[in-house]
Every structure is written in C-alpha cells, then in structure tokens.
Design a protein around this ligand. Structure first.
Ligand code: ZN
Length: 255
C-alpha cells in the first residue's frame, strides 16, 4: 500500500490492523499459494538476527520514501516531548522515534527499534493518546507479533523467486523492491484479535509502570472509531468501544 489512502482507510489499519478473515482461495491463485506455502516453511527459519536485519532494511526503505519531520520541526519536537517518559530500550534494542509528515493516520514499530508516528495521527490526538498508541505499537514488537508478521511478509515477498533464496544470506540478497514490498506488508500488518487485545494490555501496563495517564488509550480508541469503525474490516475484531471499555475496567480495578 502506498501512503495515499484516505485517512479513514489507514486509521483502520492501525486501529485493528486485522481484517480479511473472509479471504477465499480461488483456483486462479492456488498455485501461487503453494509457492507461498513453500516460502512460508522457509520463512520459519528466519532467525532473530535476520529479523533484525530485515527490520533495519524495511525501516530504511520506508524512511527513504517518506517526508521525515526534521529534528527542530514542530512535529519532531512534540513527539520527542511525548515519548520522553516512554521506554528508550525495548527487548534490548534502542528505540528510535521519528515523524512522517503525511495527513494519513497511522503509527507502527519494528523490531530494530524503529517507531514511526504520522503527523496525521499527531494532529488528531493529544499527548496521552499518542503515548497510548505508541505503547500499543511497541507491544506488537515486544510480544513477538511483529516478528511473526515479518516472517509471513518475508515469505510472501520472496515467493516468486523462492528457489534463489536460501541460507543466512537470504535477507542480504533481497532487492530494494522486495524490501519495499515486505515493508509495506509489515506496516499494514494484519494482527489477530487476540494480538490486538494483548498489545492494548501491554500499552496499559507500560503506561502504568511509567506512571503515565492511561485514559489516553480510551479516547484514542474513541477517536479512531469515529474514523473507521463502520468499516467491515473491523467486523471480526474487537470493537473500539469494547477496547475502550476494557481499559476503563482495568483503571477501575486498579490493576
Ligand atoms: Zn495493533
């Protein structure tokens, strides 16, 4: 996906990056799926170092395609202030925050510590809400969701020349367009309902331990719901209202 989708469409990707449980397999692409299946088996061998290497390449590819807010810009300064009390290190990796200047509403994190927040999201959310969203995205990395998602994206991205890809040099051998395709899949990752809920809880716990307000998570869901909750992509996933209520319940339960 390019970065030109309407705001509502992209907000859905963040909100419940989920979707498409209804995909069906047609005869026309059955052969492709078999090839992808072989690649998927191989992708399971993508080790942690390769995941890190591919994250590095993916983030660099997306940075290269995007307008990054310069360090002294309003957006970059605001994000730096917002994340001041957020973790500097996740899973042993230094976190690196940047803003992409685009009207789209999105945010994501990768295993190499790359966290990107779009200015469209900054424009519509207050600081507490942004922290809630960032915590959620970091959760997907810390909980292993992003690694799994990368393995799937890698398998799909390299399916067409799977025979040429083998061993530890596989990631290094990827072309720039392969990396671009994988990177786009990554940032539009389709996490499961359970993964989304786990990432919500991760964010809640992270905010709690940093002594930051958790209420921003609630209102972030409510704002995103206004943009995209009517979309059928969300039908099989936790509703924003349900996710907001879960956070309210946790605050009320004081745990
Ligand atoms: Zn998510």
């Amino acid at each position: 996906m390019k970065f030109v989708l309407p705001v509502a469409a992209l907000s859905v990707l963040f909100l419940s990056a989920c979707s498409n449980s209804g995909n069906t397999v047609s005869n026309a692409n059955a052969e492709g799926l078999i090839t992808a299946g072989k690649a998927a088996a191989q992708a399971a061998t993508l080790n942690d170092a390769e995941v890190m290497q591919l994250s590095e390449k993916s983030c660099a590819e997306l940075d290269g395609q995007s307008k990054i807010a310069v360090p002294k810009s309003k957006y970059a300064l605001r994000l730096a202030r917002i994340v001041k009390a957020m973790p500097k290190v996740v899973e042993g990796v230094n976190v690196n925050y940047k803003v992409y200047e685009t009207k789209d509403v999105n945010a994501w994190a990768m295993n190499n510590g790359c966290v990107r927040v779009y200015s469209g999201l900054l424009d519509m959310m207050n600081d507490d809400e942004v922290r809630g969203v960032v915590g959620h995205e970091i959760g997907h990395v810390a909980l292993g969701h992003s690694k799994k998602s990368m393995q799937v994206a890698y398998a799909a991205g390299t399916a067409r020349h799977v025979a040429a890809v083998s061993g530890n040099s596989a990631v290094a051998a990827l072309s720039s367009s392969d990396v671009g395709a994988i990177a786009e899949k990554l940032i539009n990752a389709q996490f499961s309902q359970a993964q989304e809920s786990e990432a919500d809880d991760y964010s809640f716990d992270l905010l709690t331990s940093a002594k930051l307000k958790r209420e921003g998570l609630i209102t972030a869901f409510e704002k995103l719901a206004k943009l995209g909750d009517s979309n059928s992509m969300l039908s099989s996933h936790p509703s924003s209202a349900g996710r907001a209520q879960h956070i309210r319940d946790r605050i009320a339960a004081k745990k």
